[in-house]
Design a protein around this ligand. Structure first.
Ligand code: PAF
Length: 279
């Protein structure tokens, strides 16, 4: 991949990049469309498909994460992607005796809260693999989904702190008709769990309506109570966290006003779902 990327760079081609873990859905395809818009018809669009082991915790769903490469390749072809980069584990994280892998990229502030508090090694894996992918694909622009808002903020910070010559674009979350944010993990939601998963977007809508109605803002504690109540209406749902924060710094706010952002993680059955939105 890197040799091809260096050839493109030598010819001055713009390269738009969408890193994914595969099992592509309309959310991913909207990122591909955004990458194409950014680089124009003459530029190159690259999608990577790699289920990155270092961003999964020991008790998480790495082994069962859906892998649908043939279908993903077809979707990429239909979406006008120029190159799909699907490296092996051995290529990304060489194992002894040939070689070992021992260098990680660690963002130390924004990664501590929310997803980082619940999944302590997750963002170390994300920043490490994204740094590697940037060095292999050499994109001029990379597109991430707002669904993983914290991830996008951390990547932006990494790019700024480590001077990666790439522009980071964050594209809006794509939702199902009933409000559920699109995610490859939605496939785990069988039977009634799919309906119960609506509590995430319902909680966001309810909090947003309340915040927009109030002039002086509302206490975060009270809004947390509202979210807890909504999540309790789904018998198999359990709130992991809900946070109200400044979108730039991810610092939590005590009084929630318009312009703040909200994020939540909810277990629906054994599936952990996340969502977030501006208020
Ligand atoms: O958002 C994802 O799918 C992954 O975290 C990413 C950015 C592809 C890194 O593995």
């Amino acid at each position: 991949m890197q040799r091809l990327a260096l050839a493109w760079r030598a010819r001055g081609e713009a390269v738009g990049f969408v890193p994914t873990m595969g099992c592509l859905h309309s959310g991913h395809l909207s990122l591909v469309a955004e990458a194409r818009r950014r680089v124009g018809p003459g530029g190159k669009v690259v999608v990577s498909i790699y289920v990155n082991p270092t961003q999964f915790g020991p008790r998480e769903d790495f082994a069962k994460y859906p892998r649908t490469l043939r279908r993903d390749l077809r979707l990429c072809r239909e979406a006008g992607v120029d190159v799909v980069f699907a490296p092996s584990d051995q290529a990304m994280y060489p194992q002894p005796p040939g070689a070992g892998f021992s260098t990680f990229v660690l963002e130390e502030k924004l990664s501590r809260v929310m997803e980082g508090a619940s999944r302590p090694t997750h963002f170390r894996g994300v920043t490490t693999v994204v740094a590697k992918l940037f060095n292999l694909v050499l994109p001029s622009v990379a597109v991430f989904g707002a669904k993983d808002f914290q991830q996008a903020a951390i990547i932006r910070r990494m790019v700024r702190d480590l001077n990666f010559p790439v522009e980071i674009v964050v594209a809006p979350t794509v939702r199902e008709a009933d409000g559920l944010a699109m995610s490859s993990r939605n496939q785990y939601l069988t039977g009634d769990l799919r309906v119960q998963a609506r509590v995430l977007s319902r909680a966001i809508r309810e909090v947003r309506a309340r915040v927009r109605k109030s002039r002086a803002g509302l206490p975060a504690g009270r809004l947390r109570g509202v979210v807890e109540q909504i999540v309790r209406t789904a018998p198999d749902a359990r709130l992991d966290y809900v946070e109200f924060f400044e979108p730039e710094t991810l610092e939590s706010v005590k009084r929630v006003r318009r312009g703040a952002r909200m994020a939540l993680a909810v277990f629906v059955g054994s599936t952990r779902l996340i969502d977030n939105a501006p208020l």
